[in-house]
Design a protein around this ligand. Structure first.
Ligand SMILES: Nc1ncnc2c1ncn2[C@@H]1O[C@H](COP(=O)(O)OP(=O)(O)O)[C@@H](O)[C@H]1O
Ligand SMILES: [Mg+2]
Length: 195
């Protein structure tokens, strides 16, 4: 059984996979990408064509993830996915990192990832309105949640911050960003918040 079950969550394109892979390699942890896991284990119920995403069976996924954690031979497991808080059994997750990226920058990342139209605006609104953080805090007490502003930082820097955060996790903060306020001050809210 793993000692630490580390979730890396955040809006699509925020940089979860890049960060979680490097983090897992530095910790010599087991790495679980939820999309690959769902596809590999046949847990896909269907496809959401409008959003270009897969629909997974979250109940079976929870059972399978529990098996992975309980049979894990490593000290740590890193779970990468924007719905990690919904499919990792609540009592197993020890550290939840919510990556946040300035919506102006995130929009550029999304465009580079090939997002456009509704999919882009919907996901950008999720970031502006703190959706992934709220999802985490609806399930977990704030002591297990650490929000990191990754804007303008490279993957190595972000992973260093995460490794530092483990040393004193209690000091990790939530409420570190205020995209609504920032965009409003910059006069960009109407342009970026389109739903
Ligand atoms: N810190 C970073 N700086 C610059 N580019 C990044 C950074 N993190 C990720 N990227 C790039 O942004 C895109 C989305 O990253 P990815 O890790 O796949 O995000 P996610 O898993 O959250 O969807 C990829 O093209 C990736 O190479
Ligand atoms: Mg990813």
């Amino acid at each position: 059984m793993c000692e630490r079950v580390i979730l890396v969550t955040g809006t699509p394109c925020v940089g979860k996979t890049s960060v979680a892979r490097l983090l897992a390699s530095k910790l010599d942890a087991l790495y679980v990408n939820l999309t690959d896991f769902a596809l590999g284990k046949n847990l896909v119920l269907g496809r959401d064509d409008e959003r270009g995403s897969i629909i997974v069976d979250e109940n079976i996924m929870r059972i399978r993830i529990r098996e992975v954690v309980e049979h894990c031979k490593k000290r740590d497991v890193v779970v990468d996915g924007h719905y990690a808080v919904f499919v990792v059994p609540e009592e197993l997750a020890t550290h939840i990192f919510v990556l946040r990226r300035d919506p102006v920058e995130l929009r550029r990342f999304m465009e580079q990832c090939g997002f456009s139209g509704c999919k882009l605006w919907e996901n950008l609104a999720s970031e502006i309105l703190d959706a992934c953080l709220c999802d985490a805090l609806n399930i977990y007490e704030k002591e297990r949640v650490c929000e990191l502003d990754v804007s303008g930082k490279n993957v190595e820097e972000i992973v260093c911050e995460i490794l530092e955060a483990f040393k004193n996790f209690g000091e990790c903060r939530i409420g570190v960003v205020d995209w609504l306020g920032k965009l409003e001050r910059e006069g960009l809210l109407e342009e970026l918040l389109r739903i």
